[in-house]
Write a protein that binds this ligand. Structure first.
Ligand code: ZN
Length: 230
């Protein structure tokens, strides 16, 4: 009798008899890859899905397991790894039935995350009132402090929902309003000239300029504006 051939686990690299090996589910980053029972036990979710009307019942996709396969009444989702260089990158969810209408990022413990939460609540309320089914996907990234936030709706409702999202984004995801308020503690209408310079300077620093360069740019823009007014 031929000796049983061992199969190598794609996660730990150890070899096991075929009956102790499982294979990555369809739609997983490691689809079709062999994995041992031990590694499969430790296979943590890389994406968490919340479907409208079933908020209490999160659906998970891990490197090797895809829960959306086990829920025939829910659309099938897949997740893949998008590399942004070296070990850095993020997981991205996609589906043939549902289409992405908003893509964002949760920066843990930041004020921007609070703002995104308000946006999320507003979107959820609006879609529920309109009776439009949706799905929220939270995907891991290589940065433990950031997590992807993606909103999906059925393909047919994509266009109208995009219009709605645009409105809500203007209300809740205005980068200048948010940023200036976070920096100065004032509403935009209460900003004086000095505040405005400060906010603009900070925005240039955020873009990658040094503080000295940012001051130069703000002063330059100011002098150009004054010349234009002459
Ligand atoms: Zn293993």
């Amino acid at each position: 009798m031929a000796k049983e051939e061992l199969i190598e686990c794609s996660s730990c690299g150890e070899k096991f008899p075929p009956e102790e090996i499982y294979y990555g589910d369809e739609g997983c980053p490691s689809e079709g890859e062999p994995i041992c029972e031990n590694c499969l036990d430790g296979d943590e979710p890389i994406a968490t899905f919340y479907f409208s009307g079933r908020e209490e019942e999160p659906i998970f996709i891990s490197e090797y397991r895809n829960d959306t396969l086990n829920c025939p009444d829910l659309p099938f989702f897949k997740v893949r790894w998008i590399s942004t260089g070296g070990w850095r990158g993020y997981y991205e969810a996609e589906s043939d039935d549902y289409e992405k209408v908003h893509s964002d990022c949760i920066l843990s413990f930041s004020e921007d995350a609070e703002e995104l939460k308000k946006f999320d609540e507003a979107v959820e309320k609006a879609l529920k009132e309109l009776g439009i089914p949706f799905c929220k996907a939270f995907c891991r990234t290589s940065n433990i402090f950031s997590c992807g936030y993606d909103l999906f709706v059925e393909k047919d409702s994509k266009e109208k929902v995009e219009g709605l999202i645009k409105e809500l984004k203007e209300q809740f995801r205005d980068p200048y309003r948010f940023y200036s308020t976070a920096l100065t503690g004032k509403d935009p209408k209460d900003l004086d000239e000095k505040d405005k310079k400060f906010v603009r300077g900070s925005l240039f620093i955020k873009l990658g300029f040094s503080p000295e360069q940012a001051i130069k740019i703000v002063n330059l823009l100011d002098s150009l504006k004054n010349e234009g007014n002459k």
